[in-house]
Design a protein around this ligand. Structure first.
Ligand SMILES: [Zn+2]
Length: 476
């Protein structure tokens, strides 16, 4: 029965902008939870009579960057509107938002869903001030206004989603884009990214959109999948028993694994929108917009790493996840000329060092420049140091900084590639192990590795293993 129906979804996502201060006043923006309630408040965000909004330029700066990251049109003129509603989380009795003329519209977010690159259209993105937070405790409700007046972006998509995998793929990419352009950390657990899903179903082949249900209160990526599955089944059941899905807002309860009605279309509020009288239209210049354009996006880098650099899909995903890491990798490839080794030196050697030394992975505060790591890779590729010793050099760079060549010399790690010297060592090793030589010659060929190992040992690790291999083959 289920496979007769297709699910049609659109998303409304709120992303908290990472500015230092709030949208219209100098209070600290509550990007993270504050130490105590109502710490970051002032006469403006507490709506004292006569206090007026002053727009924070940084909010516009970051919103424009986010618009560019979503490949949207950024409007040179947008307008703030007043949305009236009365609720204790909102001292002023209205919210400043943008209804009719948003700052950003008509874009696209490309995301990998499975192996397929899919495009999800962005209808619009506007900026608005957040409300405070209500804490229900026993019979009382407590109000915390740290968040009141914090800047948000509301990103609205077209109904382009046909599966929960689409939705999660898009949200993961959106999260990356927000971090990539610096507009937000978009951490869902910290409430920096919140998502409402509009869901309707229709018989496959139909084009008409049916009544939709807006699902709210979804707090994690995994909860989204569960909420969508549940709503899809609920709507099919209604239609199959001859009913009509009513247009309403439902709240998802992840613990109970079910949703419940919050508001129907009939009791939708009248927000009495009108242009905000305390703020003129927002006008920004073409130059302001162009200066904030963004080149490669994470998805572009990720696809390049797979298609051009031939990296494993998982490595490509990791190396394109953050801008600082991806930029570091790009520079390492440029200087070393070796995309695969550049990948493994980061994802195995460096990541292990971060882990072993209990440090968070960060490429902004390394004790060495990318050119030193590139030099290590070059030395390995020229057979001047062994890959085992390369790890020693990288660890020294990681812990104490310095120059790769100086470390190689100080620790005597440069490989001996003098044929005569290596030949003498190989001959001595064979002379010292007559029993093994006899066994090898009678067919026990896996002893070859033993001879190479003994040669490496005899040269104190400085002999070139490839040359030892050649020499031993010649003698044996
Ligand atoms: Zn304030």
């Amino acid at each position: 029965m289920e496979n007769q129906y297709e699910i049609v979804m659109g998303l409304e996502t709120h992303v908290r902008i990472k500015s230092e201060t709030k949208m219209f006043c100098a209070c600290r923006n509550a990007v993270e939870l504050a130490d105590e309630p109502n710490l970051h408040t002032c006469p403006y965000c507490m709506a004292f009579p006569g206090a007026l909004p002053v727009l924070n330029e940084r909010v516009i700066d970051l919103a424009v960057r986010a618009g560019q990251a979503m490949r949207c049109t950024v409007n040179e003129t947008s307008v703030f509107d007043r949305k009236s509603y009365f609720y204790p989380d909102n001292p002023s009795g209205f919210q400043i938002t943008q209804l009719y003329h948003p700052i950003v519209q008509h874009g696209v977010v490309r995301a990998l869903v499975g192996d397929e690159v899919k495009s999800f259209k962005i209808e619009r993105m506007h900026i608005e001030a957040d409300a405070g937070k209500l804490i229900h405790s026993g019979t009382k409700t407590l109000c915390d206004y740290n968040r009141a007046g914090s800047p948000l972006m509301e990103i609205v998509t077209e109904p382009d989603f046909r599966s929960k995998e689409d939705v999660i793929g898009y949200l993961e990419e959106l999260q990356k884009l927000m971090r990539w352009c610096g507009a937000s950390d978009a951490d869902m657990e910290k409430g920096q990214l919140r998502c409402d899903v509009n869901i309707s179903i229709r018989k496959k082949g139909e084009t008409k959109l049916n009544n939709r249900v807006e699902l709210k209160n979804i707090n994690s990526f995994s909860a989204i999948g569960r909420a969508i599955d549940n709503e899809y089944k609920r709507q099919i059941k209604i239609v199959e028993t001859g009913g009509v899905v009513s247009q309403e807002t439902r709240g998802w309860d992840d613990e109970k694994g079910m949703s419940s009605s919050q508001r129907s279309k009939e009791d939708a509020m009248d927000y009495r929108y009108f242009p905000e009288p305390d703020l003129p239209p927002l006008v920004i210049t073409k130059e302001f917009i162009e200066e904030r354009s963004i080149g490669d996006l994470p998805i572009d880098r990720r696809l390049k790493y797979v298609n051009e650099y031939k990296l494993q899909a998982d490595d490509a995903r990791i190396l394109s996840a953050s801008r600082e890491l991806s930029d570091f990798y790009e520079e390492l490839v440029k200087q070393s000329g070796d995309a695969k080794k550049s990948c493994s030196y980061i994802t195995t050697i460096l990541f292990t060092l971060f882990d072993v030394h209990g440090e968070a992975i960060s490429f902004n505060n390394l004790k060495f420049g990318v050119e030193e790591l590139a030099r290590v890779i070059t030395l390995v590729n020229k057979d001047e140091i062994s890959s085992t010793n390369a790890k020693v050099v990288v660890e020294e760079l990681f812990l104490n900084g310095g120059k790769a060549d100086a470390i190689v010399d100080a620790k005597k790690l440069r490989q001996v590639s003098d044929t005569e010297a290596l030949k003498a060592i190989a001959e001595k090793v064979l002379a010292d192990n007559p029993g093994q030589v006899a066994e090898y010659k009678s067919g026990k060929e896996n002893l070859f590795g033993f001879f190479v190992g003994q040669c490496m040992k005899a040269s104190a690790g400085q002999g070139n293993p490839k040359m030892f291999t050649e020499i031993l083959k010649g003698i044996l």
